[in-house]
Design a protein around this ligand. Structure first.
Ligand SMILES: Nc1nc2c(ncn2[C@@H]2O[C@H](COP(=O)(O)OP(=O)(O)OP(=O)(O)O)[C@@H](O)[C@H]2O)c(=O)[nH]1
Ligand SMILES: [Mg+2]
Length: 182
């Protein structure tokens, strides 16, 4: 029972008496000081990086964690073979943001070992694979292109595929944009 409730009835606070809020204002700093393991509320977002092979997806994921990281030497064939999660946190405007940057193998590439054609079906597989890694929701898809390679019809097909498969993304991205702008 707090001071504002007395057998369910509201009692007028007598002048000079300590109110419930005043009491809590006094207690809160003591509790916070003694809390050895303080938890913070945070915003949590999952970002899936997609794109043709060798466009720089893994490099983006690494640079986000370490802006001074040195990119690997150029290789002709696909490097990333499995969905890889990079879990990072950042403080922004007094808010803690927690991100899963999901790096995927390059799309529609003829790989040296398997001669496997990577298609839009792969996107579906990647998303399913994310669920096995506790990522149940994708908040944004990041399509990665290299300036050299440009954008081709396969890239456009992939973007259309994601747009059609995830129509709810448009609403959530617009909602998010409004939240950030406000
Ligand atoms: N010039 C330049 N090279 C880059 C950039 N980002 C990445 N690279 C190089 O491009 C090559 C491929 O980069 P990755 O990050 O492995 O590309 P990826 O999209 O993850 O490739 P896959 O895993 O094979 O699909 C590497 O040799 C990088 O060093 C960039 O912004 N500029
Ligand atoms: Mg990669």
């Amino acid at each position: 029972m707090n001071q504002r409730e007395n057998n369910g009835e509201h009692q007028p606070e007598s002048e000079g008496a300590m109110t419930f809020d005043m009491m809590m204002d006094g207690i809160r700093p003591i509790i916070n000081e003694q809390n050895t393991y303080p938890f913070k509320r945070c915003i949590h977002r999952n970002l899936l990086l997609l794109g043709r092979t060798r466009t720089g997806k893994s490099t983006i994921s690494e640079v986000i964690s370490d802006p001074a990281c040195v990119a690997k030497d150029a290789k002709l064939f696909s490097e990333t073979r499995k969905i890889t999660l990079n879990r990072v946190a950042a403080n922004h405007r007094e808010q803690t943001c927690y991100f899963n940057i999901i790096d995927s193998p390059g799309l529609y590439d003829n790989t040296i070992e398997q001669k496997e054609h990577l298609t839009n079906e792969k996107i579906r597989q990647y998303i399913n694979e994310c669920i096995t890694k506790d990522v149940t929701d994708i908040h944004a898809f990041g399509f990665v292109f290299s300036a050299n390679g440009g954008i081709n019809s396969e890239d456009i097909k992939s973007m259309i595929f994601v747009k059609e498969k995830y129509p709810e993304l448009k609403n959530s991205i617009e909602k998010e944009k409004k939240r950030v702008d406000s």
